[in-house]
Write a protein that binds this ligand. Structure first.
Ligand SMILES: [Ca+2]
Length: 314
């Protein structure tokens, strides 16, 4: 497909049994739907049994409740993707599911409305190569990523406001760029970031994860783990809030930063405790203590607490 498809006040539904590819040349390869204020049905649905490769200039949905649903075996998003709700009540929805293959983005995905979400799942790997932003005026703004393979985030992500960022289920989660979540303006939604791999999985953070809490409207919370191993050379910043890192076999904080608010719980490190008789009750301190805390910037000083956990790979 190299021409453009445009729909007014309705959904654009593309279902193919093979592969779907949109191209920029010789046309523009745009997909665009526009809803009027009274019509909530503006959206794009792409369902392919094969692969979906969007390489046109633009995928755009405007409407009171704009939505974009994409499913395919492997999915590549190389088109700038924009969802806009002009209404103060509109929720923007992006749902992308690659199964059994992988999901890759190389262009920005941005949404604006009252609130909204970008939900991504892949049976294989997920690689985020350009920015994603969910902007809300007062609702909940979510970016929820899960994969059975690995997840690599190499571009800035933002959830504003009522921010909820979660990466779960993957084997290896690598966050190499900045993630920002902010609280709801009046709804009291906390700003939270949760990074929890599958059992035995690992987390590497070289970017900055920032949860900007406001005491009046919600706290900032960052939770890394439980994980087998965690490497933090980037930053966890929970303004008016708490950071928690839970690991079973290794936590290397060399070169990292942990910044939280003491009165809200500060920085907490949960290690796997010594449990000689395997009864789920601790018999000692950390089985494997954290390393590199002296080569990290921490405020306040982290509290290390041994807790019962399974060892890596068991
Ligand atoms: Ca015990």
């Amino acid at each position: 497909m190299s021409g453009s498809l445009e729909a007014l006040d309705t959904a654009l539904i593309i279902a193919v049994t093979g592969n779907l590819t949109s191209k920029r040349f010789p046309g523009s390869g745009n997909l665009h739907t526009r809803g009027s204020v009274i019509s909530p049905g503006s959206g794009i649905v792409i369902a392919a049994d094969g692969d979906v490769t969007l390489s046109g200039s633009l995928v755009e949905v405007d409407g009171t409740e704009p939505f974009l649903w994409i499913s395919g075996a492997n999915i590549q998003i190389n088109s700038r993707t924009v969802l806009t709700s002009p209404s103060p009540y509109g929720t923007t929805q992006v749902d992308i599911e690659a199964y059994p293959g992988s999901l890759t983005t190389t262009r920005p995905i941005t949404t604006s409305g009252e609130g909204g979400y970008i939900v991504m799942y892949a049976g294989g790997d997920i690689a985020i190569g350009d920015k994603m932003r969910v902007s809300g005026t007062d609702g909940i703004s979510q970016i929820l990523i899960s994969a059975d393979g690995d997840v690599a985030i190499d571009a800035p992500l933002a959830c504003r406001t009522g921010g909820d960022f979660e990466v779960t289920g993957a084997q290896k989660i690598a966050i190499h760029s900045d993630v920002i979540v902010t609280t709801g303006r009046s709804t009291g939604e906390n700003a939270q970031a949760i990074v929890t791999p599958a059992p035995g999985g690992s987390v590497e953070i070289t970017g900055k994860i920032k949860a900007f809490g406001e005491v009046a409207t919600g706290i900032g919370e960052i939770t890394i783990g439980p994980a087998c191993s965690v490497a933090l050379s980037g930053e966890l910043l929970a303004r008016k809030g708490t950071t928690t890192v839970q690991y079973s076999d290794s936590f290397d904080a060399t070169g990292g930063r942990l910044v939280a608010t003491a009165s809200q719980g500060g920085n907490q490190i949960l290690c796997r405790c010594i449990d000689n008789n395997n009864d789920g009750t601790c018999d000692g301190g950390c089985a494997i203590p954290p390393v590199g805390l002296n080569q990290a910037v921490t405020s306040p000083k982290p509290v290390v607490e041994p807790v019962p956990m399974s060892a890596c790979g068991s």
